[in-house]
Design a protein around this ligand. Sequence first.
Ligand code: SF4
Length: 238
Amino acid sequence: MSDLANRVADTQAILARIAAEYTPAVFASSLAAEDMVLTDLILRANLPIGIFSLETGRLHKETLAVLDAVKTHYGRDIILFRPQTDAVDAYVAQNGLNAFYDSVEMRRECCRIRKVEPLGRALAGNKAWITGQRRAQSATRSDLSTQEDDPAHGMTKFNPLADWTEEHVWEYLRANQVPYNALHDRGYPSIGCEPCTRAIEPGEDVRAGRWWWEHPDSKECGLHVVDGKLIRIKSVAA
Ligand code: SF4
């Protein structure tokens, strides 16, 4: 069995175990390449695992197009969780539409309103959630476990692609003709909200295009918490 085939088999086994032992469980998809691998494995096996994405209201049109591509390819919808309208309106009225460029605090508050709060609603009532995180994405993820406790959300968190490399991800997507975000082919290895993401140059850190105006130590969106602290994604893959 090839290296990729071994990883696919292991990942299928993890997803099947989640479906059998952790119902209800949900997969939080950012619609990035890794997440499309998991989307493909979950939907083709028709596993009883919900798939949702955080529609922040500031995503690229190419990212939103992935939603239509999933619908066309699999005949299934990804459930969208959106920020509270009142909270967005109040933030914009008080600070302006793009206040996240002004300070780390303003940026974190925008992420809290548009991502963290909706994530809490999306996860509520589930026994487990699934992410597309990989060890090779980040120095802080170098000891990422396939399964871990998530006390911040009061459930178990699974990272089935923990030991996948970027090469595995793209080999899988191409071999299985899985739809993916067109921005990946235009210099965007990591994709977040449109105003907070830029393409990177060859040799740059894969996360260099995220919140590029900030000091690297402040880069996090608050979606992943380890030991009570927000964790920063710092690439070692580049
Ligand atoms: S990534 Fe940017 S636009 Fe998106 S929620 Fe965070 S600060 Fe707001």
